[in-house]
Ligand binder design. Structure first.
Ligand SMILES: *Cc1c(COP(=O)(O)O)cnc(C)c1O
Length: 219
C-alpha cells in the first residue's frame, strides 16, 4: 500500500501546477499513510470528523503537522476542533464564526478560518450565499480571536467540468473582492479546473491516498 501511495504522490508532484498548495485529505485513511506522506515533506492534512481525527493526531504528535478541519462543524464540537486544528475550512454561518472566535480567545488559539460559500443551489451542502456573505462581512471583520483568510467551496455532484471551472472562477473573484488571499476549492475529480481558476488549496483525498477504506461523513 505504501508503495502505491508513494507512486501516486510522485505522479501528483510531477503534474503539480504553479500556485496552489496540496491539502492531503486523510479521512478514511490510517495514521501510517499520513506518516509516509510526512516523510516526503507533506505537512498539511485535512480531516472532516473530530472522532476520526483525534486518535490519528495523537499517534502522530511527534510530527509537526498542520491539521485542517474540512467537515461540517457542529457547535458542540467547536472547542475540541479549536484545540486540535489550526485551520478551519468549513465556517458556514455568522453564528458559527462568532462561536469559534469566542472559544478561540478562551483557549488562547488563533485559528485561520475559511468561509464556505455556496454559489449554486445544492441541498446537500451548507454555505454562505453571495448576499449573506455581503451582509455579514462587516461583523466578520470585527471578530477578534480568528484570522479570516479565505473562501472555500465545493461543486455540486452533477455539475460538469466546464461548469465547475466557472464556479471556481466566481469563487476566486468573490475572494478577491473581499481581499481574501486563500481559495480552498478543487477535489480529486476537479482539481485541475480549480487550479486554473486560482485555487490556493487543493483538497485531495482519493487521487492521492486511493479509495477510502471506510466511508467518512461527507463534508
Ligand atoms: C472528502 C473531501 C475531500 C476530498 O475528496 P476526494 O474526492 O477524495 O479528493 C475534499 N473536500 C472535502 C470537504 C471533503 O469532505
Amino acid at each position: 500500500m505504501s508503495a502505491s501511495l508513494e507512486q501516486r504522490w510522485r505522479e501528483l508532484q510531477a503534474d503539480w501546477p504553479d500556485g496552489p498548495k496540496l491539502l492531503a485529505v486523510s479521512k478514511g485513511h490510517p495514521a501510517e499513510s499520513i506518516r509516509t506522506l510526512a516523510g516526503f515533506g507533506q505537512l498539511d492534512f485535512g480531516e472532516s470528523r473530530l472522532q476520526e481525527a483525534r486518535p490519528k493526531q495523537e499517534s502522530l504528535a511527534d510530527l509537526a503537522l498542520r491539521w485542517h478541519f474540512i467537515g461540517r462543524l457542529q457547535s458542540n464540537k467547536v472547542r475540541a476542533v479549536v484545540r486540535a486544528f489550526s485551520v478551519i475550512h468549513s465556517i458556514d454561518s455568522l453564528l458559527l464564526a462568532e462561536r469559534v472566535a469566542r472559544i478561540a480567545l478562551e483557549e488562547g488559539q488563533r485559528p485561520s478560518l475559511l468561509l464556505q460559500v455556496k454559489l449554486r443551489d445544492d441541498p446537500t451542502k451548507g454555505g454562505w450565499s453571495r448576499s449573506a456573505l455581503e451582509e455579514s462581512w462587516e461583523q466578520l471583520q470585527g471578530l477578534s480571536g480568528v484570522s479570516i483568510v479565505g473562501l472555500m467551496t465545493m461543486a455540486p455532484q452533477e455539475l460538469p467540468l466546464d461548469g465547475r471551472r466557472q464556479l471556481f472562477e466566481e469563487c476566486r473573484a468573490l475572494a478577491d473582492r473581499f481581499e481574501l488571499p486563500e481559495c480552498s476549492m478543487g477535489m480529486s475529480g476537479d482539481w485541475r479546473e480549480a487550479a486554473a481558476a486560482g485555487a490556493t488549496w487543493l483538497r485531495l483525498g482519493s487521487v492521492l491516498f486511493g479509495a477510502r477504506l471506510h466511508q467518512a461523513a461527507a463534508g
